[in-house]
Design a protein around this ligand. Structure first.
Ligand code: GLN
Length: 458
């Protein structure tokens, strides 16, 4: 809490610091320790954690960085929060993000920017820039994020930390504020791969309150990370994804350079490396930016001024109807990027356009899923740079939504296919002096398979 106090004026990683709650939880854990009641507690017991403000916390304000939820205090905990509390992990507070997790820089937060701890003129990535900045600046040893199209992995890459998007269904989404439900997944932000694995096992597993939760037991990611730390990758087959391997358009040369060096390092540890083509990956960005806003437009319909947070009544002279109240509330409560996506999604889903847009995008999604399945017949893990560039400067892309979207090309395929992916640091770009991230993908439900080479590389 002292580190947070000292760092926050420069970083603004947190929207809310829950100091009293954290201290009470730490005291409760101390009492358990004193009484010798530590049976069954995980290794992370007593380790504090920061939570992206996209995950609901009972009694602690939760805003999704939106004015429309300002002042809302959830009456319940997300499943992952229940698990974290049961593990004896004190909750330090709620971290900043792009409004409703929509963005790649945290500049779309309604409550101000978060600064990259490496360089205050640069963004920490997004949408989970707050969690990544908190972890990379030692404000918190661990954090939770949500990843719909890269929001855990790209900020990890931009801040030199580790970020994991688990298999879709591997971690309960109950209590994660919905952005695009078929893509959303909660996952760990950490400073090492082993830390991420330990947290992954605390939060993962079946939950009957999430209908898309995987019923089978989760894979042993901690064992896999420990195995990786032996730095022997004999027999591990790594496939470099041709379509996003770093040499194409839009990739910063320094990113490709560090990526290629990391590939050599994997080979020196015994891995066999080949190039694999996933031909439909080139269409995944387009498919994502149809499917995601469609689900956003549907999910965000619940912010109607009736149930949560902000309510703005129409001014005098305007009929005081429910419809007008909703319109004024949504006009005042949502930021530009969220409105843009609601409009896009409403259009894509509208009668007459549904088959052309949403229907086609879903077909592309199936082709991407099949590409991954075929590739995993040849290799154990797939690899690419986590992001085409290192962290960019504030304002560089805010006037050009398309430029912002294009940076997601490397992370989005994992969400479309539901496969797990992890970002690990692989050095610093010579030109910008900013960290570069290396991404591994593994088959669905085999998150363990990517933890081994990720831990070896770190
Ligand atoms: N940057 C992506 C987007 O803007 C991903 C967001 C996310 O993963 N929540 O949609």
């Amino acid at each position: 809490l002292d580190v947070i106090d000292a760092a926050e004026p420069q970083l603004h990683a947190f929207l809310h610091v829950s100091a009293d709650e954290a201290l009470a939880q730490a005291d409760a854990f101390d009492e358990k320790l004193a009484a010798g009641e530590t049976e069954g507690l995980p290794e992370l017991a007593g380790v504090p954690i920061a939570i992206k403000d996209m995950i609901v916390t009972k009694g602690i304000p939760t805003t999704a960085a939106s004015k429309i939820l300002e002042g809302w205090v959830p009456p319940y905990d997300a499943t992952v929060i229940e698990k974290i509390k049961a593990a004896g992990m004190p909750i330090l507070g709620k971290t900043n993000l792009d409004e409703f997790a929509q963005g790649s820089s945290t500049e779309h937060s309604a409550f101000g920017n978060t600064y990259n701890p490496w360089d205050k003129q640069r963004v920490p990535g997004g949408s989970g820039g707050g969690s990544a900045a908190a972890v990379s600046s030692y404000e918190a040893p661990l954090a939770l994020g949500t990843d719909t199209g890269g929001s855990i992995r790209q900020p990890a890459s931009f801040t030199g930390s580790v970020g994991v998007k688990p298999t879709y269904g591997g971690v309960s989404r109950y209590g994660a504020i919905a952005m695009a439900s078929s893509l959303d997944q909660i996952g760990p932000c950490a400073r090492t791969v082993l830390d991420a694995a330990l947290l992954h096992e605390v939060i993962g597993g079946n939950d009957r309150r999430d209908s898309t939760s995987i019923p089978e037991p989760m894979p042993h990611v901690v064992d896999a990370a420990r195995e990786g730390l032996k730095r022997d990758l004999t027999g591990v087959r790594v496939g470099l994804i041709k379509e996003i391997s770093g040499n194409g358009e839009g990739f910063q040369p320094g990113v490709a350079k560090r990526f290629d060096e990391a590939v050599k390092l994997l080979e020196s540890m015994g891995a066999t490396v080949t190039e694999v083509s996933l031909p439909h990956l080139s269409y995944s960005l387009g498919a994502y930016y149809i499917i995601m806003p469609s689900e956003v437009s549907s999910n965000l319909a619940r912010y109607d001024g009736m149930r949560y947070g902000l309510r703005v009544m129409p001014p005098t002279g305007v009929p005081q109807t429910a419809a007008n109240m909703m319109a004024y509330t949504r006009e005042a409560g949502f930021g530009d990027e969220v409105k843009r996506r609601i409009v896009l999604g409403t259009y894509a889903l509208s009668a007459g356009y549904y088959d052309a847009w949403y229907g086609s995008a879903q077909k592309v999604r199936t082709l991407v899923i099949e590409d991954f399945a075929k590739a995993f017949e040849q290799v154990d893990v797939l690899a690419s740079p986590t992001a085409p560039t290192t962290a960019f400067k504030f304002g560089e892309k805010t006037d050009d939504p398309l430029a912002m979207y294009l940076g997601d090309v490397t992370t989005i395929p994992a969400n479309l296919a539901g496969v797990p992916a992890i970002s690990v640091p692989c050095g610093v770009d010579d030109e910008t002096n900013m960290p570069v991230g290396f991404q591994f993908f593994a088959p669905q439900k085999r998150d363990d398979v990517m933890y081994k080479p990720a831990a070896a590389l770190e």
